[in-house]
Design a protein around this ligand. Structure first.
Ligand SMILES: Nc1nc2c(ncn2[C@@H]2O[C@H](COP(=O)(O)OP(=O)(O)OP(=O)(O)O)[C@@H](O)[C@H]2O)c(=O)[nH]1
Ligand SMILES: [Mg+2]
Length: 305
């Protein structure tokens, strides 16, 4: 089989949203940084189909790629990346297991191990898991370019021994030098019965159309929401204005009442002061009448008499 066309279908972060495209699927599992995404790029001959990184934990979602319009390659997050933290590791584990359980079209699981590194406990658990659920799998030892060609067989024998498999059950590959890729491709060919696969010629167009419709409906939802929010806002503002007017009115009424009361108070005070004043004047008048003495010149006159 020669891969001439590879197209991105979708990325899934919530496995409940996984959709069955009714096409055979092949997936790649393994430790973070083992080379899953690089192997997909090398097999398809696309440099940037799947995102890769020298740092572990690059792939965080389940990524689906349509190949030659006939089958799907699935790139999964890696396991065993301690630095990602427990919660994130569990999330990735959930995506890996969720995908393996959900896919009804899974024809092959490639379990990747680094050719130079002894398979980890998690690699063994993965293989036991696949055995347990009776899922077809094959081990692929990656980064074969890192060791001399003559070393490949002994390294493969070690891995096979660790995993309780025969050496023929393991492929050795290099995404960098393309070593062993043809072998993997022809194995895929057999597994898929590639020549008898019917191409789904307009799947990507349908997906694109679906995405466009989603975008439009999201945008219109957003617009409705914005209009609703604007209306709500203007209602709130107008009711605020009404309230503040009412409160001003009631304030004014209270103020007028208060003013009236204080005016009345002032008037009654004034009256009181006036009363007091008049009573003072009366007193003064009384006092004046009481202290009225005979004028002095009259006295003198009387003396002179
Ligand atoms: N020398 C060599 N390096 C490789 C090979 N395959 C992958 N690498 C490198 O290994 C690193 C990790 O590769 P990825 O393909 O991102 O690994 P992954 O398994 O997808 O990693 P996660 O997405 O984090 O799970 C990158 O720096 C690659 O360039 C290979 O065959 N040979
Ligand atoms: Mg990756």
């Amino acid at each position: 089989m020669k891969i001439t066309l590879a197209e991105f279908i979708t990325s899934i972060g919530d496995i409940t949203k996984y959709k069955d495209y009714s096409m055979p699927e092949i997936t790649f599992v393994g430790r973070s940084n083992v080379g899953k995404s690089s192997l997909i790029n090398a097999l398809t001959n696309y440099k940037k189909l799947a995102k890769t990184s020298s740092l572990a934990g690059r792939t965080r979602l389940v990524n689906l790629f349509l190949i030659n319009k006939k089958f799907i390659l699935v790139d999964l997050p890696g396991y065993g990346y301690a630095k990602a933290g427990k919660e994130v590791q569990q999330e990735w584990q959930g995506l890996i297991e969720g995908y393996l359980q959900k896919s009804k079209q899974l024809k092959m699981v490639f379990v990747l191990v680094d050719i130079r590194i002894k398979p980890t406990e998690q690699d063994k658990q993965m293989i036991n898991y696949l055995y347990y659920y009776n899922m077809p799998f094959k081990v692929v030892a990656t980064k074969a370019d890192k060791i001399g060609k003559s070393q490949i067989k002994p390294y493969l024998a070690n891995i096979a021994n660790e995993l309780g498999l025969g050496i023929a059950d393991i492929f050795a590959v290099s995404a960098q030098t393309k070593y062993g890729l043809d072998e993997v491709l022809s194995y895929m060919d057999n597994v898929l019965d590639y020549d008898n696969l019917v191409a789904n010629v307009d799947l990507i167009d349908k997906i694109k159309e679906g995405r466009r419709e989603q975008r439009v409906s999201k945008q219109s939802q957003k617009n409705t929401l914005t209009t609703e929010m604007r209306n709500k806002k203007s209602n709130v503002v107008s009711s605020l204005n009404k309230n503040s007017k009412n409160s001003i009115n009631s304030k004014n009424t209270v103020q007028t009442k208060n003013n009236l009361q204080s005016k009345n108070k002032l008037n009654s005070n004034k009256e009181k002061t006036n009363n007091l004043k008049s009573s003072n004047n009366d007193n003064k008048a009384l006092q004046n009448t009481k202290s009225k003495k005979t004028p002095r010149y009259i006295l003198k006159k009387r003396k002179g008499k």
